[in-house]
Design a protein around this ligand. Sequence first.
Ligand code: FAD
Length: 274
Amino acid sequence: MIPAAFEYQRAQTLDEALRLLTQNGEDAKLLAGGHSLLPLMKLRLAAPAVLIDIGRLSELSYVREDGDQVVIGALTRHRDLEISDVLRTHAPVLAHVAGQVGDPQVRHRGTIGGSIAHGDPASDLPAVCLAVGATFTVVGANGERSIAATDFFRGFLETALTPDEVLTEIRMPKLDGAGWSFQKFNRRAQDWAIVGVVAVAGAQPGVALVNMGPVPLRATAVETALAGGASPTDAAAHAADGLDPPADLNASPEYRRHLAQVLVRRALEEARTP
Ligand code: FAD
C-alpha cells in the first residue's frame, strides 16, 4: 500500500501544466482529485516518475451556459456539479449522478475531468457523457482538439488522450425538458455500481451503461430498438446484446446481463415520464 517513489510538481496554470507534461513525457501523470490515481499507485498498478498536480487550477473549475450547451471545466469537483444551479436547470441528470458518486469525501475531491480521463468502466460520469452526446476539449503540445465521448474510451483505463494532453472542458447539449433516469445498482449507498444505466429521452435520446464491459459503453442495441419503435420492455431485452461484462466478487457476467435488462427497462420507463 505504499506507492513507488515519485517527484511532485504543482502547476499554477494550465500553460505550466502543459509545459511540465511536455518536459517529462510518458514518465509523468496529472494529479487532479487523486481518488483514482493514488489508489492505483498504492497498489503499484501505476508508478509514474513525476506527478503534476493540477488540482488547484481554479481556471478549469466552472459550470456555465454557452448558447444551447452547458460547458464544464475539467477540474470541477463532483460536489460542485451536484449543487450547480446551471446543471440543475439545464442538465439535471449530471447534477444527480454526481451526487451519487462514492461518499462526501470522494465528491469533494474527485473531478469530472479525472473521472473521464481515467476511463474506468465502473465510473458513473462517463455514462452521462455518452448518453447525452457530450464532447471533450483537450489541449496538448499540438494545440486544441475536440473529441466526441463516443470516440474517447478506447480500452480498459485507456482513452484517446495522448500523454502530452490535458482534458480541459466538457460540453453537453442542454436537456431542457427532456426526461432522464439514472439507475445505479449497488449493495451500499456509497458503493460503485455493480451495474448502472443512464437514459435520456427527448429529441436526442441516449442510453449508456456502467460496468458492463472494458470501457464506458453506449447501449447501441437498445438505442436501435427504440429508434425502430420498440417499447421500453422490448428495447431493454437488448441491453446486454454483444456485451462481455466482467466477473468479480459482486456479480457474475450472467447476473450483470440480467441486471442490465432490468435496469434499462426501469430507466426507459422513468425517462419517458417527466
Ligand atoms: P485522479 O485520480 O487525480 O486522476 C485519474 C486519472 O486521470 C489519472 O490518470 C490522471 O493523470 C488523469 N487526469 C486527471 N485529470 C485529468 C485531466 N484534466 N486531463 C487529463 N488527464 C487527467 N467514481 C464513480 O464514478 N462512482 C463511484 O461510486 C465512485 N466511488 C468511489 C469510491 C471511492 C472510495 C473512491 C476512492 C473513488 C470513487 N470513485 C467513484 C472515483 C472518483 O469519482 C474519482 O474521483 C474519479 O474517478 C477520478 O477523479 P480524480 O479527480 O480523483 O482523478
